[in-house]
Design a protein around this ligand. Structure first.
Ligand code: GLU
Length: 428
């Protein structure tokens, strides 16, 4: 008798973000044909630190949290990447995100490697004081592997400029001197950069603009839907109109509590005000309710998956009708989802290209911190546009040359750069 098949384990394996990241790399290697030692090195993080974080809560008791920092690969420069605070955080999610950061910094060709951090916690249930103590405790633990020339954290899901300010400050007390460039995404008052706040979304809209041109679609007559109304999604809602034309129509938006649909279109600012007042877009006056899953299947020109991983899979991909999927989230599409999108000719702007604007302006922040001289918002926007447009066309050229999908093309461009750096340094 054979053992019963554990369907749950198979499903978990299929959706494990690190397994997915590794599978994507192996797929790209069919074209890259890296030396076996080079591939094997790129399949794993170079270093990782697992930490235990005792934090005094407001009720006087100590609660113990778990956290991680993964330094995936720093052959092209110091590790770089955000820190997530999320109840479902796992080491494999952080590993995947750190791998994607490595490819992200390489695809936009900035001299940095890839890292990621995470704490298993529900930030929505913590008071401001608890959040500050948890953030500082994390730096007490990971501070030893952080630094301008080692590893530079930034905000990510549920972490904010204020959290970066606490972390940068704790690092200052640890070191005994100011090293503002060791954290990016800081508030302007303590060394942040102009234009960092909306940079992730802005980079994605620059890519969307280029995709619309290539597909022969107008810039300003598109309908669009946004899944996830956090930092990336909120700014994308506004910038799709501001940068590409006010007549672009936002017909649906969702967040973790649900979504809203209006065929006549929303004014993004009104949705933002409603979310500020109520904590969600749900219940926006005059709109029909829509689920996160339904939103992705709407017949619109562009969808922006801007929340978490694994929302477009083999199950729902056949029902996706958008012409363009601009992935502002990290890892929203599984490999089986990808194959279907590719076969039905949905134009995917893959995550680590589409959302690279954030880390690009983080890099600008570091450069400005190093010079202790700050640029105007216009300079930031212009330099970001140059970087994103070049990266988009590098990836598109690989997509044409190798006749592969845009994600694998992005891997080809990025992984080749990292592999080359490892070879020149003599690592492999
Ligand atoms: N967390 C963002 C990302 O996933 C930004 C990282 C950074 O600025 O270092 O790209």
């Amino acid at each position: 008798m054979t053992d019963p098949v554990d369907l749950k384990a198979i499903e978990e394996h299929r959706k494990n973000p690190f397994k997915i990241a590794q599978a994507q790399l192996q797929e790209a290697n069919k074209y890259l044909k890296l030396a076996p030692g080079t591939l094997a090195t790129l399949m794993e993080p170079l270093r990782e630190l697992h930490v235990t974080l005792p934090v005094r809560m407001d009720d006087g008791k100590v609660k113990v949290f778990k956290g991680f920092r993964v330094q995936y690969n720093d052959a092209r420069g110091p590790n770089k990447g955000g820190i997530r605070f999320h109840p479902d955080e796992t080491i494999d999610t952080v590993r995947a995100l750190a791998a994607w950061m490595t490819w992200k910094t390489a695809v936009v060709d900035i001299p940095l490697g890839g890292g990621k951090g995470g704490i298993i916690c529900d930030p929505k249930s913590l008071s401001t004081g608890e959040l500050e103590r948890l953030s500082r405790q994390y730096v007490r633990q990971v501070g030893r592997i952080i630094g301008l020339d080692k590893d530079v954290p930034a905000p990510d899901v549920y972490t904010t400029p204020q959290i970066m300010a606490w972390m940068m400050d704790e690092y200052y007390w640890q070191k005994g001197f100011n090293e503002p460039g060791a954290f990016t995404g800081k508030p302007l008052e303590v060394g942040g950069s102009q234009g960092r706040g909306d940079a992730t979304a802005r980079g994605g809209i620059y890519c969307t603009r280029e995709a619309l041109k290539l597909l022969g679609m107008p810039q300003d007559k598109n309908t669009y839907a946004i899944q996830g109304f956090g930092n990336a999604g909120q700014h994308a809602a506004v910038l799709m109109k501001e940068l590409l034309g006010e007549s672009n129509k936002l017909v649906a938006v969702s967040d973790s509590k649900g979504g809203v649909y209006n065929e006549a279109g929303f004014e993004p600012q009104h949705l933002l005000e409603h979310k500020m007042a109520t904590g969600s877009v749900v219940g926006f006056p005059g709109a029909k309710p829509i689920s996160n899953a339904e939103l992705l299947e709407l017949k619109v020109d562009v969808i922006f998956p801007s929340a978490l991983e694994n929302v477009i899979t083999g199950d729902n991909a056949p029902r996706i009708k958008a012409k363009i999927s601009c992935e502002l989230a990290n890892g929203p599409t599984t490999p089986d989802g990808d194959s279907i999108l590719c076969a039905q000719k949905t134009f995917v702007i893959p995550d680590f290209l589409a959302n690279a604007g954030g880390v690009t302006v983080s890099y600008f922040e570091q450069v400005q911190n190093g010079a202790n001289y700050f640029w105007s918002i216009e300079e930031v926007h212009e330099r970001l546009d140059t970087k994103m447009t070049k990266a988009f066309h590098d990836v598109y050229a690989a997509h044409k040359q190798y006749e592969c999908n845009m994600r694998i093309a992005a891997y080809i461009v990025a992984v080749r750069r990292v592999a080359r750096a490892m070879e020149i340094r003599g690592w492999v």
